[in-house]
Design a protein around this ligand. Sequence first.
Ligand SMILES: Cc1ncc(COP(=O)(O)O)c(C=O)c1O
Length: 465
Amino acid sequence: MPHYLLIIDRPEIMNKDFELFNRIAHKLLESEKETGVVKPVPFDSLKTLLDLDLEEEAINDEQFEKALTDLVLNTPRTATTLFFNQLFGGRQSKATLGELLAVFLNNSMYTYKVGGPMIAMEKNILNKVGELIGFKTETLGTIAAGGSMTNYMGMMMARDKYDPEFRNKGKQVPLVGYTSVECHYSVAKNATFCGIGRDNVKKIDSDEHGKISVSALETQIQKDIAAGLRPFFVNATAGTTVMGAFDPIREISALCKKYDMWLHVDGAYGASVMFSDKYRHLMEGSHLADSVTFNAHKMLGTPITCSIIVTPHKKCLYDSFSNEASYLYQADGDDINPGKISLQCGRRNDALKFWTMWKAIGTKGLGEIVDHEFHLADVARDYIRTNSDYTLYSFDDSINICFNYKGISPEMLCNRLYEEGKLMVGYGKFKGDTFIRLITVNSGNSEKEILNLFKIIEEFADTLS
Ligand SMILES: Cc1ncc(COP(=O)(O)O)c(C=O)c1O
């Protein structure tokens, strides 16, 4: 039998592979419960430990299962109660189910012809998000491959609004944009992608809590106007990467109106507060934005990636992203062919995992997830504040808890905890201080797991002295 027949989509092969999936997933779940994070395999040892080589010949079923199981079981475990390393973590079961089904269906979300009801399902998500943000007119938007990309789309729309010939002729207007020193690095990177140039997106100082200084922003805008530049864009961050700070959107919006600029809110991390009655106020003024990005794969915990951009400016979205393609758009109108407003051509169905979760637990359930993460952050801060061996560097109303223990080097402590397979947590820097950055983004955790993290740190630190 030709080798390729072993992998094509015949029901009996697929069913066997489902069984294999279940076996491996079950082993992983068991192992996650037992050991938490895995001890990392040194890169140079991978070759001897795992069967990663690709061969000329097919391998048998047992060899295949072993190679795949070993690979999975030795991969870092972001879903466990000991993973606090980045702005995502945990495993939302309903969202995982949605993701698996999206992969199984394998639609592309560019046309109604190929996406069918999935297009309407995605549109519902975008409309609901627009409503929660408070946009007064019809919301349009899309889902792209991560917050860096949705931020990019925001900057592109601003560029094309203020330099309309840019997309055909290249740069005509000396555009200059603004963001805070605490912003995500994608803002600078996107300035290169947009042809604006990194130096033309100015980094404005932040205050002692990590929020952009609005007075420093206005001073810089005035300087740039005097120098003959055209301010066109401000990026406000709702939930900064290190401190979890929220820039004051309403005040920034006032400057954007005064100087006629686009206001993009990078809520990739923090905009999930829109679901919480208690914390929505942190992004007060978001309805005044021209575009907002939001990652459901961070605070809400869907599988990576689910990054949304919404805007009330339908025309801008079309101006920047629509293209004719007779080989693709052969049926239905633009309003149900979202390829006309997306960054890429073929596009994964990243909406279904969010929809399955939202459908199952409702908007209230999503709010509870957010509230729980803030509660866990309070638990962590309380512990730190009542224990004199710790120094706290971060602030309330944030799920980023930045601290040091007994003055021990955070770089060394985080790296050693990782190398020894104890837990995964990272470090960050703010205004000259370096500290451990704990993120309580895994809503599957309880107070117990947060207190356990401190216990592990303390016990491990004692072994270092
Ligand atoms: C504030 C902020 N914006 C954007 C991003 C980028 O999102 P993604 O990792 O989905 O590209 C991040 C990632 O951590 C972030 O913290």
